[in-house]
Structure formats: structure tokens, C-alpha cells
Design a protein around this ligand. Structure first.
Ligand SMILES: O=C(O)CCC(=O)C(=O)O
Length: 421
């Protein structure tokens, strides 16, 4: 959706059309809303609010919502789109009525995009298989906060590990969903998924192109992006812990989307191969075509990530360097820069178990190796960013679009981004 001057702004409205083929999402969202309503104390409801024009409107609506019985907190964002995230036990109807009492109009955030995408097969299956309360964002994690000590480590070292933060049945659900996406059996709009098959040689230059669309039923995918178009992954991305982390990193009231909601795979070593997957060189997670750098990655291990399976290696404290190679479109270091900043004596091997989450500062320099085992090493990585980020679509098209593959590098991200919080 290029606008004047070759820029495209990140907008939740833009996803309504592309989400239209995300089958089953409405039923999932309804089920989750019902589960949230049954929970005591910690559920969150998101509203779209029309008609706010200034900080006074924001303050007034926040005060009105926080004055309601059962509301613990309300975060109101001017937008556009105007929105509120309300935590507590008040029903959506009570919240909407209270907002409308101020003269503004309000509706449930899920309903606008998802009403348009009602599907059948997936939603019915999901409800039968999982009893769906276990897939709601508020129920997915086994930890509900990040301790001051953990934040201290994140601030000082550029990363922190949250051990066993994801409930085991949720890990299984994410594993099954990503395998279904790879095999072509998931109810997702494959035309909006960026997918890339892995190399069979282990060389970075031999990987398949990363473009929109399914590339055949195979577990040998290296990357799949735009998983915020998949209702299961979107629900996971919205876990309240991730909202807390975004508030800590970006500040209260900042709308949050993601630049990359991405599956990262080191496929199992196949017969006759010495290793599966492809070496990923030293890099930082930043992109030249965004007008500001994302600062927070949530990396969820879906399989054991070890030296043998090709886990991430990182350089502690390297986030303090800022952006090391601004001229590379996706943050890769030159050989000289890697020699200068990546001392093997300082390198950490970030070993993770399935269900561990690593918070990574986006400037933390990292890389990953190959998988020498006979099981895959799957991971789900989300770059949470300020949803007001602006994308330079000329630069995106030249270097990194889902449709054009530059000679010099990878495709990354998408052109439109779903608002998450
Ligand atoms: O999982 C991997 O191998 C690398 C992940 C990564 O580089 C990232 O999440 O940015």
C-alpha cells in the first residue's frame, strides 16, 4: 500500500483484506474471548475506539474505563486506529457502553478483521481437538512476569532466557501448526506467507528464494514469515507477558505490531548428509527500510536448541554497539566487523529446551549453525516493533520484497503489519 513519496505506513486497517483468507480465525477468537471472560482478574479485551482526537480524549476514556468495576487497568492509544487494551473482568459490553457514554464509538478489535474471514473446517477442528481454552493467549504461558533481575540481565547482556515459559501442550500445538503450514495442510492463506526452502548443501548462497506462497509439502523449509496471518500463532503472539515486555521496552501506550513473525528451522539431517540446515552468519535484527529499528525479539524454542542441533550463538553486551552495519539492508556484519566484534572467547551458545523463551535485544549480534542431529530444530521468532514504524517501500522493493529477490541478499518481512497490542 504505497503512499506518497514511496512510503507505506504500517496500519492495522491494511490487514483486513489479506486476513480475509485466514480461515477459522473468528471461531478461535470467539472461543478465546469466552475463555478470557471466564478467567478471574487477568484477561484482556481490546477495543477499537473511533472519534478520539487528542490527549484529553485518551485521558478521559482511560479514566472512565479504569473507573469501572472489575477493571484493573486500561491502556488507551490515540491511534489511528484509536484503541484500548483493558485488563480485568468487566465484559466487553460494559466496556463498550462506558466508552460510548463519552460520545465515542467502540467495538471489539477482533471483530472487524475477523468477521470478514469466517471459515469452517479449521475452526471446527480446533474446537474439537483442543477444547480451545488452551489456545487462548492468556492461558498459553507458564510464567506471567519477567523479574527485575531478568530485566537487568536483558539490559546489561542483551538477552535473557525464560526457562519453561510456554505450557507443554502449547509447544505441541505450535509444533503441529508449523508442520501443517509446511506440509500445505494448514488453513492459512498461503499466498500471504513468505516461505523459503532450505539448501541441501548447508551453504547460505544455495538456499531457495524467499517469496510469497507454498513451495511444496516438505519439512525442509528454512524460514516462514507472516505467521501473524495464522490464527494460532497470532493468538500466541498476544500473550499478556509479551504485552508487558513491549510496554517495558517501548513505553506505555505505544501501539505494537511485528516486523517478523517467523518460523526458523534447522531441518533434521537427511540420510547421506553430514548436517541439516544452513549456517546463518553474524547479524543484528534490523532493517534499513524501516524508519526506526525494532528493539525486542521473543524467540521461542519448539525443539531442543543445542550446539549439536544448531542453536543461536550470541555476543553478550553487543547490543550496546548500536547498529554495526547500517549499509546492509538486513543487519549482516562484514567479515571485518565480525572479526572486530565477535571474539570467540566471548561467544555464548544459547541452549534452549522446547518451551524456553529467549528475549533478545535486536542489536545483539547473533548467528546460528547447522543441525547435526536427526530431529529438526524449530523455533518461532517475533520482532515486536512500534506500530507507527514507517516502511520505505522503494528500498523494500529494491532489496527485500517478498516478490523481488535482490542479488545481494534476503527477502525480509512484509509490507503491511498486523497490530498486535
Ligand atoms: O533460529 C535461528 O537459527 C536464528 C534466529 C535468528 O537469527 C533470529 O531470530 O533473528
Amino acid at each position: 500500500m504505497p503512499a506518497a513519496g514511496g512510503y507505506a505506513s504500517v496500519s492495522v486497517e491494511a490487514i483486513v483484506g489479506t486476513a480475509a483468507a485466514t480461515l477459522g480465525a473468528l471461531a478461535l477468537a470467539r472461543q478465546c474471548a469466552a475463555a478470557r471472560a471466564q478467567q478471574k482478574g487477568g484477561s484482556s479485551t481490546r477495543l477499537v475506539i473511533d472519534g478520539m482526537t487528542c490527549g484529553h480524549c485518551v485521558a478521559r476514556i482511560k479514566a472512565v474505563l479504569e473507573g469501572l468495576e472489575g477493571v484493573q487497568s486500561a491502556e488507551v492509544i490515540l491511534g489511528p486506529p484509536g484503541s484500548a487494551t483493558v485488563v480485568g473482568t468487566a465484559s466487553a459490553a460494559e466496556l463498550i457502553e462506558a466508552v460510548e457514554g463519552t460520545g465515542k464509538s467502540a467495538r471489539l478489535m477482533e471483530s472487524a478483521p475477523l468477521e470478514a474471514v469466517e471459515g469452517t473446517g479449521k475452526s471446527a477442528r480446533l474446537m474439537e481437538e483442543g477444547g480451545r481454552r488452551d489456545v487462548c493467549s492468556a492461558d498459553m504461558l507458564a510464567v506471567d512476569s519477567i523479574t527485575p533481575e531478568q530485566w537487568r540481565q536483558f539490559d546489561e547482556q542483551g538477552y535473557v532466557k525464560l526457562s519453561q515459559a510456554v505450557k507443554p501442550h502449547v509447544v505441541k500445538m505450535l509444533q503441529d501448526e508449523i508442520d501443517a503450514v509446511m506440509m500445505g495442510t494448514a488453513d492459512v492463506d498461503y499466498d500471504s506467507m513468505m516461505m523459503q526452502l532450505d539448501s541441501t548443501t548447508g551453504n547460505y548462497s544455495d538456499m531457495g528464494v524467499q517469496t510469497l506462497g507454498h513451495k511444496g509439502a516438505s519439512l525442509n523449509y528454512r524460514k516462514i514469515q507472516n505467521l501473524d496471518r495464522d490464527p494460532v500463532f497470532m493468538e500466541y503472539m498476544r500473550a499478556p507477558l509479551f504485552l508487558q515486555a513491549c510496554r517495558r521496552v517501548y513505553g506505555d501506550g505505544v501501539p505494537i505490531s511485528s516486523f517478523r513473525s517467523m518460523f526458523f528451522n534447522k531441518p533434521a539431517k537427511a540420510a547421506g548428509q553430514t548436517a541439516g540446515g544452513t549456517v546463518l552468519p553474524w547479524h543484528q535484527d534490523r532493517w534499513a527500510h524501516l524508519d526506526r529499528d525494532p528493539l525486542l525479539t521473543m524467540y521461542t524454542a519448539l525443539d531442543p536448541a543445542t550446539e549439536q542441533t544448531g542453536c543461536i550463538h550470541l555476543i553478550p553486551k553487543s547490543h550496546k554497539l548500536g547498529c554495526v552495519n547500517p549499509s546492509h539492508h538486513s543487519g549482516f556484519l562484514t567479515e571485518q566487523q565480525a572479526d572486530q566484534h565477535c571474539d570467540p572467547a566471548e561467544e555464548i551458545c544459547l541452549e534452549l529446551l522446547p518451551g524456553d523463551i529467549a528475549l533478545l535485544h535486536n542489536y545483539t549480534i547473533h548467528k546460528s549453525g547447522q543441525n547435526f542431529s536427526q530431529r529438526p530444530r524449530r523455533a518461532y521468532s517475533v520482532n515486536y516493533m512500534d506500530a507507527r514504524t514507517v516502511l520505505n517501500s522503494d528500498s523494500f522493493a529494491a532489496n527485500a520484497s517478498g516478490r523481488t529477490q535482490s542479488a545481494g541478499g534476503l527477502s525480509e518481512g512484509g509490507e503491511t503489519f498486523v497490530q498486535i497490542f
